[in-house]
Design a protein around this ligand. Structure first.
Ligand SMILES: [Fe+2]
Ligand SMILES: [Fe+2]
Length: 187
């Protein structure tokens, strides 16, 4: 995350009366809802497939609920509605969480690593872009980034990158995460 570069400028198709910060908060709010749903579904299957991961998943879930609430408050304050992708993110999150939870420990860790890698990159760009214009959005992002980084690092620590699942999950889930953010900014 270097200096401000035009190459990294956020592209969005804004609705009337909507600022770039509003749109970023909407898209991230929907993404946090997706994250909540992933961890809920993973925890159902982890009870059976990877019970040793439950305390950590529960902690991540609590963080994601906090992120979603933080962005929801910010949307309310701005008089903005949730993103059109919100329900889709939740459903997609459940499906992804169920599949990877069923696949077990390494798939669960690989999912968090793949998502956070993309999310951290996007949130870094959002901070850079919004710093001059939207102090409140930036301060929400700064707080949340600390925990997303923690999820990433903790999951890297118990990932076996040479296993079967990371080789599939890393590119597929990374690309899906990027696409959801990309579409959310433009639809
Ligand atoms: Fe989050
Ligand atoms: Fe996270």
């Amino acid at each position: 995350m270097g200096g401000r570069s035009s190459q990294m400028a956020l592209v969005a198709r804004l609705n009337p009366g909507e600022t770039l910060g509003d749109r970023v908060i909407k898209v991230d709010h929907a993404g946090e809802h997706g994250a909540v749903c992933i961890y809920l579904a993973q925890m159902w299957f982890a009870r059976w497939r990877a019970p040793e991961m439950l305390p950590e998943l529960d902690r991540f879930l609590a963080h994601e609920r906090g992120h979603r609430a933080r962005f929801a408050d910010e949307l309310m304050r701005r008089g903005q509605r949730r993103c059109r992708s919100y329900v889709f993110c939740g459903l997609g999150g459940f499906v992804l969480g169920a599949i990877t939870g069923l696949a077990g420990r390494n798939a669960i860790a690989a999912t968090t690593v793949a998502i956070e890698r993309v999310v951290l990159r996007h949130m870094g760009e959002q901070v850079e872009e919004l710093t001059p214009t939207d102090e409140r959005a930036v301060s929400a992002l700064h707080q949340i980034i600390v925990e997303e980084q923690e999820h990433h690092d903790a999951s890297v620590a118990h990932l076996n990158p040479r296993g079967f699942w990371p080789t599939i999950i890393n590119p597929v889930v990374g690309a899906a995460t990027h696409s959801v953010i990309w579409l959310g900014m433009r639809l």
